[in-house]
Design a protein around this ligand. Structure first.
Ligand code: HEC
Length: 131
């Protein structure tokens, strides 16, 4: 049964490719961003500022509670992430800061738009969105 082996082989290859594609979809910040230290203390003042910014700049896509359900995100591919999952919350402040700064696909590159302080306030606020 030579054909049978070929068919199984083709199936295995397809499986491998779709696995690689899923892996590809996970957005990884570069390793060096892990070590960026958050210079802004996680104070109630910083969190309040971050919350205000989040509501005005991010909620349209990510949703008011960061669940990824904002009206502006519905038609996007890939969709805006839920920011409260482990996938996001297990990243370091530096990695999240890097992603907000640099953007990808429909996620806006906020570096040129928001000050460094504002981006850290946002990171501090997003830390309060945990499940
Ligand atoms: C126009 C819609 C839009 C707006 C506005 C937006 N985002 Fe996003 N965001 C996205 C999309 C889409 C992704 C997923 C991008 C991808 O995976 O390629 C994303 C991803 C992210 C991620 C990465 C999550 C992960 O994979 O680890 C963070 C953090 C984030 N956004 C924070 C913010 C913050 C903070 C703001 C406001 C300053 C904001 N976003 C505004 C669409 C948006």
């Amino acid at each position: 049964m030579k054909n049978f082996k070929i068919i199984i082989g083709v199936f295995l290859l397809f499986g491998l490719f779709s696995f690689i594609e899923i892996q590809d979809d996970i957005w990884k910040a570069p390793a060096e961003s892990k070590k960026i230290k958050n210079p802004v203390a996680n104070s109630s003042e910083s969190i309040a500022k971050g919350k205000k910014l989040f509501r005005s700049r991010c909620a349209v896509c990510h949703g008011t509670k960061g669940l990824g359900d904002g009206p502006g995100g519905k038609a996007l591919d890939p969709k805006p992430e839920s920011l409260i999952t482990d996938l996001v919350q297990n990243q370091t402040d530096g990695e999240i800061f890097w992603k907000v700064t640099n953007g990808r696909n429909d996620m806006i590159k906020w570096g040129p738009i928001l000050s460094e302080k504002q981006r850290w306030d946002l990171v501090n606020y997003m830390r309060t969105l945990k499940e």
